[in-house]
Design a protein around this ligand. Structure first.
Ligand SMILES: Cc1cc2nc3c(=O)[nH]c(=O)nc-3n(C[C@H](O)[C@H](O)[C@H](O)COP(=O)(O)OP(=O)(O)OC[C@H]3O[C@@H](n4cnc5c(N)ncnc54)[C@H](O)[C@@H]3O)c2cc1C
Length: 416
């Protein structure tokens, strides 16, 4: 079947956009490299902006049926002392930050799209190349040997996007004088459900001896622990040899007493084998070419700090549907819509880029706060010694900084 739109990648960006377009009568082919939705997924946390986007897309009912956990609070610990605690939901009239299982969610979204006769899902297949006629991208070649013509190719193939390279588009690292580039390496551990997050689901951020890590209970009732290794300095002597490091002991050595006691009981070596995620934060100066558009991490790889990527992916999908649906459902010959389509693709970037830039800058600023504590032991000492007094001021400043990270920067509504 020739499709009006071919989307590469069924992550949060591609799956949601495919559903929005298919349910509005547009012919969509969604091509996903993985055979099943059971690859290791990177994130689960949805901010109120992401939850609102789910509602806009009429996907909140799906989100309710897949495994999810609401966060009860955030706690920040420094050198063994609690600096402050912020209860969820932070906004009096808003929902709490929620952790949702991506595999089940994406499978359910694609399942719903399959009810549309104009939707085709091609799992276990990669989009390998782009077909061109002059300046216009007019189709794709797939790993199953097929070449398929289309009006529009959408690259939602994630941070290491193949299609970005094939389209000769590039990423520019995000840099800011004050905050650095926001890049970070994260070691990701999945531990059994531990007592500190069993009774209530608190996101703990721990800074001790110049190291920082966070943990929470994920939607599968595991304790998800992320150990941060900044790229800007040699923060971590273990970073060079992370595979052979005794992580149980290392993390115990950098934990407050109550946590060290709990971690001591986790003697299964398998749970101390982390996955390393190298997270470069970047933004493509140009998201589109005639017949081609990049979205989600392919256009703007996000940092895991304060959970923005999935939320931004949903919001990209909504804005894109607003621009594309009127054009692609118009009763016109394909070639007649080309000029308007190319304008629409540029408009999508223009509408989304300011929010992405702001979110990435805020993420980098959050990371820079941690770096500051890492670099200045005197600050850590002061914060821990005077935690009850300092904590109040730090909490107010933290709450103010969270507003846009939680609610988004612009109003995003589905209009089609
Ligand atoms: C450690 C870590 C933790 C994170 N935690 C959070 C969090 O809690 N909350 C949050 O909001 N964000 C989080 N993020 C960011 C978030 O994971 C991403 O921003 C988000 O997944 C981007 O969605 P996407 O659909 O654009 O890309 P992806 O989720 O990367 O999906 C891309 C899809 O494309 C497929 N694909 C790749 N190449 C091809 C190809 N050539 N052809 C066909 N298919 C292809 C892949 O298999 C994949 O399914 C985290 C990131 C990291 C690294």
């Amino acid at each position: 079947m020739p499709s009006q739109v071919i989307i590469a990648g069924a992550g949060p960006t591609g799956a949601c956009l495919a559903l929005l377009l298919a349910e509005r009568g547009i012919e969509v082919m969604l091509v996903e490299a993985a055979k099943r939705f059971d690859r290791q997924f990177r994130g689960q946390a949805l901010m109120p902006s992401g939850l609102a986007a789910l509602k806009e897309m009429d996907l909140d009912s799906i989100a309710e049926t897949v495994p999810h956990q609401r966060l009860d609070a955030w706690e920040f610990w420094i050198e063994g002392k609690r600096l402050f605690r912020a209860e969820e939901p932070i906004e009096a009239d808003g929902p709490p930050c929620t952790l949702m299982s991506q595999p089940e969610f994406l499978a359910a979204v694609v399942e719903r799209a399959k009810a549309c006769p104009n939707f085709e899902f091609v799992p276990g297949t990669t989009v390998q190349g782009l077909e061109k006629e002059g300046d216009r991208i007019t189709g794709v070649s797939l790993s199953d040997g097929r070449t398929i013509a289309t009006t529009l190719v959408i690259a939602a193939d994630g941070r290491n996007s193949t299609l970005r390279d094939k389209a000769n588009l590039s990423l520019a690292p995000q840099r800011s004088f004050k905050t650095g580039d926001g890049s970070i390496d994260v070691l990701w551990f999945s531990l059994p459900e531990l007592p500190p997050v069993r009774k209530e689901n608190v996101f703990y951020a721990i800074v001790e001896n110049g190291h920082s890590f966070g943990f929470f209970r994920n939607s599968q009732n595991q304790t998800q622990l992320g150990w941060g290794m900044s790229k800007s300095k040699d923060v971590d002597a273990n970073a060079t040899n992370w595979r052979s490091t005794d992580w149980q002991q290392t993390i115990i050595d950098h934990s407050p007493h109550w946590l060290a006691q709990v971690l001591q009981t986790q003697s299964d070596p398998a749970v101390w084998k982390p996955t390393l995620f190298s997270v470069a934060v970047a933004l493509a100066p140009q998201w589109s070419k005639p017949g081609f558009l990049m979205l989600g991490d392919a256009a703007h790889p996000m940092s895991p700090v304060r959970a923005q990527g999935i939320n931004m992916a949903f919001r990209d999908a909504i804005v894109t549907a607003n621009h594309l649906v009127p054009l692609l459902t118009a009763d016109a010959e394909t070639t007649q819509i080309y000029p308007k389509l190319d304008v629409a693709l540029a408009s999508i970037q223009a509408e989304r880029e300011p929010e992405i830039r702001r979110a990435q800058a805020l993420q980098a600023a959050e990371l820079a706060q941690g770096e500051l504590l890492h670099n200045y032991p005197i600050l850590r000492w002061g914060a821990s010694q005077f935690a009850p007094i300092v904590g109040l001021g730090v909490k107010q400043s933290w709450l103010r900084r969270q507003r846009q990270l939680r609610l988004g920067v612009i109003q995003v509504e589905l209009k089609v």
